[in-house]
Design a protein around this ligand. Structure first.
Ligand code: SAH
Ligand code: SF4
Length: 390
């Protein structure tokens, strides 16, 4: 070993004082190689560690279990790169339906992650997909009027490892591989851009979770500068825009972000994204009765989409306790859809099973937080995670 003894920390002979504590699941392979080299370790150790952390055959959740690493090194690594998976508080739903995981983070904050079984109409044609809907922040600062996640404001960003851990825990609990990711849980991923991007590179990497970028969709309420930043990245990640209004008048009424980045500016950023990535994007459009479901808004939406060849996902509004909004009748939803289709737009209405628990991320957390100051009350219908782990 070629490190100087003046740097040695008494109980952890491999560590250098220049190293900072960063959880293992927030590191790229390069980060870990760098850290190990500071500790005088060969770089192949980093690959060994990632194989334990993410490999399908032998994925483990503690340093202790990484049996081919020297014991002294393991205990040093545990100090400097702790493994901090959130605690699974409850798992709602059953194997064949949508399952919602309520997770408690180290500081006690609660987030949700939602596992959605195969649903061919959702984001593609494969039928064996399991989609995970991932949260990116605790709360949300953007305050869209219809959304449960923003009702209590913004608490904090999730760290990269807290984002990655949602996938690991969902795979652990279901015993199945996630093959599709949507960043549509609580929070605005683009407002937590650097942590989110770090997590995405870990999820995407062959040494990491190994999910193709094309299997990941990021949803944003329209943070124009970040959409442009992402367009300039190499990742072929898919983009969904929470549009919910085709005119500034309607959109500004329900989404405060539109005052900062109006529709025309957003459309330009979308065009830039499509052009750089050579990809089609998706517009998410929640149908809210009397708010954004008029035929004139549908016609304008068709015009906006045509220019970009954007696909439209219509989502009947999911009622949020304490908010007055509701979804239009099925007939009104179909009318809106036919206006789009008559104009040659690829549009679908999302009507997946389990919709009552999978839509409107943020609701379960609010319910638990409201009913119990410590956040430990299992809501009705929930089962203890241990019974699913077998
Ligand atoms: N902040 C990002 C990602 C999280 S929201 C964004 O806004 O895109 C994920 C999706 O759920 C968004 O399209 C959002 O508008 C939608 N949503 C929020 N509340 C909803 C509700 N009550 N019913 C249906 N969809 C809802
Ligand atoms: Fe935040 Fe998205 Fe909800 Fe708007 S829709 S409040 S941006 S999570």
């Amino acid at each position: 070993m070629n490190f100087s003894h003046s740097y040695v920390i008494e109980h952890h002979p491999f560590m250098s004082p220049s190293q900072t504590v960063r959880p293992l699941h927030s590191l790229t392979l390069g980060d870990l190689e760098e850290s190990l080299s500071v500790m005088g370790q060969p770089s192949y150790r980093a690959k060994q560690v990632m194989e334990w952390a993410y490999g399908r055959e032998k994925r483990v959740y503690s340093w202790e279990a990484m049996s081919n690493l020297p014991a002294g090194l393991r205990s040093s690594l545990e100090e400097i790169h702790p493994i901090r998976l959130p605690e699974v508080v409850t798992v709602s739903g059953s194997k064949d339906t949508t399952r919602k995981l309520l997770l408690r983070l180290r500081d006690g904050e609660l987030i949700e992650t939602v596992l959605i079984p195969a649903s061919p109409a959702l984001y593609g044609e494969e039928s064996d997909r399991r989609t995970l809907c991932v949260s990116s922040q605790v709360g949300c600062a953007y305050g869209c009027r219809f959304c449960a996640s923003g009702l209590d404001g913004w608490k904090r960003h999730l760290t990269a490892d807290e984002i990655v851990a949602q996938v690991l825990l969902a795979e652990k609990i279901s015993g199945e591989r996630i093959n599709n990711l949507v960043f549509m849980g609580m929070g605005e991923p683009m407002a937590n851009y650097s942590n989110w991007l770090q997590a995405v590179s870990i999820l995407n990497a062959p040494w990491g979770v190994g999910l193709g970028a094309r299997k990941m969709t990021v949803s944003t309420s329209g943070l124009v500068p970040r959409i442009r930043d992402l367009a300039d990245q190499h990742l072929q990640i898919r983009l969904a825009i929470s549009l919910h209004g085709a005119s500034d008048e309607v959109r500004s009424r329900i989404m405060p972000v539109n005052k900062k980045h109006p529709v025309a500016e957003l459309m330009e950023a979308c065009a830039y994204y499509c052009d750089r990535k050579k990809q089609m994007i998706t517009f998410e459009y929640i149908l809210i009765e009397g708010i954004n479901d008029s035929p004139s808004e549908a016609r304008l939406l068709a015009d906006r989409s045509r220019g970009l060849h954007a696909k439209i996902n219509l989502i009947p509004y999911n009622t949020v306790e304490g908010l007055p909004w509701k979804r239009p009748s099925e007939e009104a939803q179909e009318t809106f859809l036919s206006i789009l289709r008559d104009r040659g737009i690829a549009a679908t209405i999302r009507r997946e099973k389990g919709h009552d628990i999978d839509a409107a991320c943020g609701q379960l957390r609010r319910r638990v937080a409201a009913s119990s100051p410590s956040g430990t009350l299992p809501p009705e219908n929930d089962v203890a995670p241990s019974s699913l782990l077998g």
